[in-house]
Design a protein around this ligand. Structure first.
Ligand code: MEV
Length: 318
């Protein structure tokens, strides 16, 4: 096995979902895009006695079973099971620009960047499919049964239509799109929200199945609106997507108020993004009003930002 020449560094972006979250777990189409907030994972040999993982807040040993870095450990251990234990100990350093549990795909970005970095550190040149499979192990360890849309966004970048059956289909885009992203400040667990949606489905199976089809129609229309650059139509579709998400129980009073506050500004539409229950809201502002809206929202929601779509997926860093 080739000895890695020093440090291996990979980075992957977080994501927003424009339509179809939750329903995509049950088979519908959804639309996701990578954002300009990334997770950077560096792996290097260490003279220490044990391999370790560090971030700016936490430290843990790769083979210890505390509850830290569960997804990262699961990726590292699967890679070692598949490709063999390295003869040297290593240090994994994680630097994230994405708040954890904010609905912006921090765990998927971490899993994807870790998968690419550890494979390369172990001397393997993985195909994108293999990176996805390895990253999926990490995601399953924290989210139960994810659809795979978050890891696709972190790996591929850009903006794409996705379903579990047909995978990701990139959406051609002529002009960059600007989205306002507002983290509500309330972290939440994707696993809990997915199980809440399962309960809604058990209670109202016919209504849910109808909305499942609606989610697919909305996602297909969103894909067309994105490639046509039709912002008013895209905003309306986002508002409709938000109604469905409310109905399945993943919006909250606080998120509804946040959306109300954003809609007062000059936006075409707004919705929660990702699992909901807290997490983040996205809005499509009128391009000339984006900056002033951001300044207004920042007064209350400090980690808000504007992201431009499309963005690059997984990449190597120096
Ligand atoms: C989470 O970002 C998106 C969900 O649809 C879960 C998934 O698709 O795995 C809520």
């Amino acid at each position: 096995m080739k000895l890695p020449s020093g440090r291996v560094i990979a980075s992957a972006p977080g994501k927003i979902i424009l339509a179809g979250e939750h329903f995509v777990v049950h088979g519908s189409y959804a639309v996701a895009a990578a954002i300009d907030r990334r997770v950077r994972v560096s792996i290097s040999k260490t003279p220490g006695h044990e391999s370790e993982i560090v971030s700016n807040k936490h430290r843990s040993l790769v083979f210890s079973d505390d509850n830290r870095f569960s997804a990262v450990k699961s990726v590292l251990r699967s890679a070692i099971d598949q490709y063999g234990k390295p003869r040297w100990n290593f240090k994994v350093e994680i630097h994230s620009e994405i708040p954890p549990n904010s609905g912006l795909g921090s765990s998927a970005a971490t899993s994807v960047a870790t998968s690419a970095a550890i494979a390369s550190f172990l001397g393997k040149n993985l195909s994108t499919d293999d990176v996805l499979k390895l990253a999926a192990q990490g995601e399953r360890s924290v989210h139960g049964n994810p659809s795979g849309i978050d890891t696709e966004a972190s790996l591929l970048g850009g903006i794409f239509l996705f379903s579990k059956k047909s995978g990701a289909k990139p959406i051609p885009i002529n002009r960059a799109l600007q989205f306002l992203v507002v983290f509500s400040g309330k972290a939440r667990s994707t696993l809990d929200l997915i199980s809440k949606v399962n309960q809604t489905r058990e209670r109202f199976p016919a209504s849910f199945d109808n909305l499942l089809q609606t989610a697919s129609f909305l996602s297909l229309e969103v894909a067309d609106a994105v490639s046509d650059g039709d912002l008013p139509y895209l905003g309306s579709l986002m508002n409709l997507a938000q109604l469905s998400l409310s109905w399945i129980g993943v919006s909250t009073g606080d998120l509804d108020e946040l959306i109300e506050m954003i809609l007062v500004g000059d936006v075409f539409g707004a919705k929660i993004t990702g699992a909901g229950g807290g997490g983040s809201v996205i809005a499509l502002p009128k391009p000339e009003k984006a900056e002033s809206l951001l300044q207004q929202i920042l007064a209350r929601y400090k980690s808000s930002f504007i992201t431009s779509i499309p963005q690059e997926g997984l990449r190597w860093e120096n």
